[in-house]
Write a protein that binds this ligand. Structure first.
Ligand SMILES: [Zn+2]
Length: 311
């Protein structure tokens, strides 16, 4: 077994390729006076209300996963579903990059923002948590009820027989088909939130067929050009409906799959608070916009929001 084999468990947070060992993450104490005042206003609006929460890539940047739509990020166009199923060369490239990216992602740790939301849930302050992230860091932080709107990076689906597999099991197959590939490419640069690592040498990568039917495998998350499954959307609307306010944390709301919940809450007359670095497509609908780091803002709320009165 080599250090990079999928079965070798590295300690969480070290990361086989080191990307998770970034700078220390800011905490609520690191808010400036102005930011603290802005958050006091947020706490005032949200206090006493049960919160529906929607999170996006901006929440996971403090876990070392770059947000490709954030203010300082390099624009990137993810592959569409149509490209994935229709073009073998692109699919090969996708799987090669995903293979390296997956190894990065699975060693990422939740940050204080994820932990703050798990705390708020445990205290009964949330009606639910919807995330656009596929990194599973909410679950890792201890959140029990998470709607993974866009799927998760740690599952794979066969497009023919619809069997599901753990990504770790498929990694074993990919390792056997591509000996030494990870070691060669493990110093890849940025890894996008969807486990797309910046790897160029992908031409000779061998993809794994479905172990059951030899059909085409696809990471089980929602691609551009693909719809979120209807029952999952309905579940997410339910979370928004049973909340008294909507808190958006770390999403630029670029895609409709997230923006529609902001529209829904706004239409119902509920307060919408957006905490995000940079502009969002939901700014016009927000009751309050706060342009500060998401981890420290959520940590502040976990410390500040009072318990709900029984009702
Ligand atoms: Zn199959």
């Amino acid at each position: 077994m080599t250090a990079n084999s999928p079965d070798a468990e590295a300690p969480k947070g070290l990361g086989l390729t080191g990307f998770a060992s970034g700078d220390p993450v800011a905490t609520a104490q690191d808010l400036t006076a102005d930011q603290g005042r802005a958050m006091e206003v947020v706490a005032e609006v949200l206090g006493g209300r049960r919160l529906a929460v929607l999170t996006g890539a901006g929440l996971s940047t403090d876990s070392g996963i770059p947000d490709y739509r954030g203010p300082e990020s390099v624009p990137r166009s993810p592959m569409t579903y149509q490209q994935f199923v229709g073009d073998e060369a692109l699919r090969r490239r996708y799987w090669a990059r995903n293979h390296v990216g997956w190894h990065h992602l699975r060693h990422a740790d939740p940050n204080p923002g994820h932990l703050a939301l798990a705390t708020l849930e445990a205290r009964g302050l949330l009606s639910g948590l919807i995330t656009q992230n596929v990194d599973r860091l909410h679950s890792a932080a201890g959140s029990a009820e998470v709607i993974d709107l866009h799927g998760t990076y740690d599952r794979v689906v066969c497009l023919q027989c619809r069997n599901h597999y753990s990504r770790a099991a498929i990694a074993v197959l990919l390792e056997a088909l591509n000996p030494g590939y990870l070691e060669r490419e493990s110093d890849a640069g940025d890894v996008a939130p969807d486990a797309d690592a910046d790897v160029d040498d992908t031409g000779d990568f061998v993809m794994a067929p479905c172990p059951n039917c030899s059909g085409m495998l696809k990471p089980d998350f929602v691609y551009f050009g693909e719809n979120v499954p209807k029952d999952r959307v309905a579940e997410a609307y339910q979370v928004v409906d049973s909340g008294d306010a909507l808190l958006v944390a770390g999403s630029s709301l670029t895609v409709m799959s997230g923006l529609r919940f902001v529209r829904h809450a706004s239409k119902a007359g509920k307060p919408v608070v957006i905490i995000n670095r940079g502009k969002t497509r939901g700014d016009d609908l927000a009751t309050i916009l706060v342009d500060i780091g998401v981890s420290e803002a959520l940590a502040f709320l976990a410390q500040t929001l009072p318990d709900l009165e029984r009702r």
